[in-house]
Design a protein around this ligand. Structure first.
Ligand code: KG4
Ligand code: ZN
Length: 361
């Protein structure tokens, strides 16, 4: 009797075993869904909300309404682009917080509904942890470098500014954080005062390329330890421009490049001053940046040159993983799923960072 032997490929068998994670991000004004197979990205779909531009900032009520409209098509498209069936998904990772409550509610409720209908587990994700672990997303056909543990991450976004010591995928220590505003808010405020639109970071970054970073100086904060403060420098810019505009109404228009370059340089100086201190104190030379402001070309250049001088191994996220995206949420979901960290169906979003700090994961 002859036995039938089916062809067997160890590589494919290994791939099949890799879990498929759907990520959902809705903490602020971007609705995003992504699919990962293991650590590999299969899709990452984003719907940005243009509606806020006319108001110069995010309007929470409008953000949650737009998430409601976007979430079904965005998730469907992410599953379609990934080339998987929804039944193939092993777990649904969603952003539990921090963020805008109404926005988080849309993503959380959607994840619950999908989890019940597909009978698949849900995994809660801290948005900030997503920014940090975005360095572990792998992309087919690209060199997939990632930091070794422990590493230091300068986490800079629209709502947060922190220096984080990352001991392992799920083991974080916040060494310093802002005591008032986030650095992203300072970029956005600068653009708003100057009438450059929202979000301000990208436009300040672009104009800064054409300006002199030494043209103007603004007052720097004096904060102890590894903490940050950005409210004073915002006020310093506001008063400076108010005084100048009184005598020359066209002052901003004629100096916008120099103003952006100078303000951006001051912000980067503040960030780097404490970050260098953190590296000195910990002796850790694996360093990374993450969050929306890590897209800033000045910051990327500065941390790279400081790193070259000091023998650091520096990791900059790919641009599409700097601002809010669901790939980073799925990435955290993957690591938590491996540890069996499943959320219960009665879970509620947590809006405030203070109530959902990285340390409490
Ligand atoms: O991480 P993110 O998308 O949302 C939050 O979690 O807050 O960060 C958004 C922030 C905004 O303040 C935006 O102005 C800033 O990131 N940003 C930038 C740049 N691109 C986005 N800031 C400076 N330079 C950029 N190129
Ligand atoms: Zn973010």
């Amino acid at each position: 009797m002859t036995s039938l032997r089916l062809p067997f490929c160890y590589i494919c068998a290994g791939m099949e075993k890799e879990k498929i994670i759907l990520g959902i991000e809705s903490s602020c004004d971007d609705t995003s869904a992504a699919v990962l197979r293991g650590q590999y990205l299969l899709s990452n779909v984003m719907a940005s909300q243009k509606v806020h531009e006319q108001y110069g900032g995010v309007i929470p009520e409008l953000a949650s309404r737009a998430h409601q409209q976007n979430i079904v098509p965005v998730v469907s498209e992410a599953i379609r682009q990934a080339g998987v069936k929804k039944e193939d998904i092993d777990a649904i990772a969603f952003t539990r917080g921090p963020g805008l409550l109404g926005s988080l509610l849309v993503g959380t409720s959607f994840a619950k509904g999908l989890s019940m209908s597909l009978c698949k587990p849900m995994i809660e994700v801290n948005h900030l942890q997503g920014h940090v672990l975005s360095h572990f997303i792998k992309v087919e056909g690209r060199e997939n470098r990632h930091p070794e543990f422990p590493f230091l991450c300068l986490l800079v976004s629209g709502g947060h500014t922190q220096i984080v010591k990352v001991n392992d995928y799920l083991d974080f220590e916040v060494l310093g954080h802002t005591i008032d505003d986030a650095v992203g808010e300072a970029f956005d405020k600068c653009a708003k005062i100057m009438g450059l639109g929202y979000p301000g970071g990208p436009v300040v970054d672009r104009l800064a390329h054409e300006g002199d970073p030494e043209a103007f100086h603004f007052s720097k904060p004096h904060v102890d330890g590894l903490d940050y403060s950005f409210s004073g420098i915002k006020t310093s810019l506001l008063y400076f421009l108010r005084d100048r505009v009184k005598s020359d109404p066209a002052f901003i228009e004629h100096n916008k490049e120099d103003l952006c370059a100078s303000f951006q340089k001051e912000l980067i100086d503040i960030l780097m001053d404490k970050f260098l201190k953190a590296v000195r104190q910990t002796g850790i030379k694996q360093v990374a940046i993450g969050g929306g402001v890590s897209a800033n070309s000045g910051l990327r250049e500065r941390i790279t040159t400081e790193g070259e001088k000091r023998g650091w191994t520096t990791f900059l996220p790919e641009f599409r993983f700097t601002t809010d995206n669901a790939a980073m949420i799925a990435m955290v979901g993957y690591f938590k799923f491996q540890k069996g960290m499943i959320a219960s169906l009665d879970i509620a979003p947590i809006s405030r960072a203070l109530d959902y700090s990285l340390k409490s994961i």
